[in-house]
Design a protein around this ligand. Structure first.
Ligand SMILES: Nc1ncnc2c1ncn2[C@@H]1O[C@H](COP(=O)(O)OP(=O)(O)OP(=O)(O)O)[C@@H](O)[C@H]1O
Ligand SMILES: [Mg+2]
Length: 262
């Protein structure tokens, strides 16, 4: 069976005033249904570009993107997105913000059912009682919890997260990592996570992909077969420590800094 997300030989360059800027170079990545894939790589190597291609917001110069056996050629409503700074509509309550994707994807769903679904997810992430608040009345961590609810409320084909925890303090971040595992148990999803945090990638992902510097190609892949949910203590076990060392080295190679080359 085909994998849920298939990126096949994707090459892309941005057209800039100074000429073409090659960003992705023959990139091939597959994510089986229900798997969690983390992508790490040097700053500016093309990670966010990759998320835009999967969501159908851009077309690659060459190569193909497939979702659930369908070629992606235009923006997909059935993709869930979460970013570092969640964009929430201030004139809507938290509950109404979370319901928004359902209004777009399932307009015929009765409001009561949409509301029930949003409330159920908010309860799952510990935000019961905050449904009627405005986004600015929540802390950064709470807003990110709500934004994760909004990203999965319509049961997207794939959940794409671009550094969703990057702006949070270390404790809140670890809280949300654990929440991701709980969410996965309750609401199985297929995910692609872009992150700069190697610990985050090892704790959350079934496969970690290291991209090279721009134009990005796949430089290294690491499978992590520990079943989800995972205890946070996993990060202190020798296996994880060894994995982190390998990934750190790979990032240094990607940045062209290995072997005392500079
Ligand atoms: N619309 C655009 N037009 C021209 N160049 C762009 C455009 N978007 C991004 N770039 C450039 O393409 C390269 C890759 O950008 P991208 O945002 O995909 O990198 P990234 O890996 O997500 O970086 P970071 O880790 O900093 O988030 C960068 O050099 C960026 O300046
Ligand atoms: Mg980016």
């Amino acid at each position: 069976m085909a994998d849920l997300v298939e990126i096949k030989g994707v090459t892309h360059a941005y057209r800039t005033k100074a000429g073409p800027l090659p960003v992705l170079n023959d990139l091939t990545i597959s994510i089986p249904e229900g798997e969690f894939c983390a992508v790490v790589g040097p700053s500016g190597c093309g990670k966010s570009t990759l998320t835009r291609l999967i969501a159908g917001l851009m077309k690659p110069d060459s190569g193909e993107v497939w979702l659930h056996g369908e070629r992606v050629k235009s923006p997909r409503k059935t993709v869930g997105m979460a970013f570092q700074n969640p964009v929430m509509l201030e004139w809507r309550t938290i509950l109404e913000n979370v319901m928004l994707p359902l209004e777009i994807v399932a307009p015929s769903m009765p409001r009561a059912r949409r509301e029930e679904r949003a409330r159920q997810l908010l309860a799952l992430v510990g935000l019961s009682g905050f449904e009627g608040k405005r986004p600015s009345q929540l802390s950064g961590g709470m807003r990110q919890r709500a934004s994760l609810c909004r990203a999965i409320v319509h049961k997207p084909e794939v959940l794409i997260m671009d550094e969703p925890f990057g702006a949070l303090d270390a404790f809140t971040r670890e809280d949300l990592w654990q929440l991701m595992h709980r969410l996965r148990a309750e609401e199985p999803f297929t995910a692609l996570l872009i992150t700069h945090d190697l610990r985050e990638s090892v704790y959350l992902a079934d496969e970690v992909i290291v991209l090279s510097d721009r134009p990005a190609r796949v430089q290294y892949r690491m499978r992590i077969d520990t079943p989800s949910p995972r205890p946070i203590e996993m990060l202190y076990e020798p296996d994880s420590v060894a994995r982190l060392a390998i990934l750190r080295e790979q990032i240094e190679i990607a940045q062209g800094r290995s072997g005392g080359a500079h």
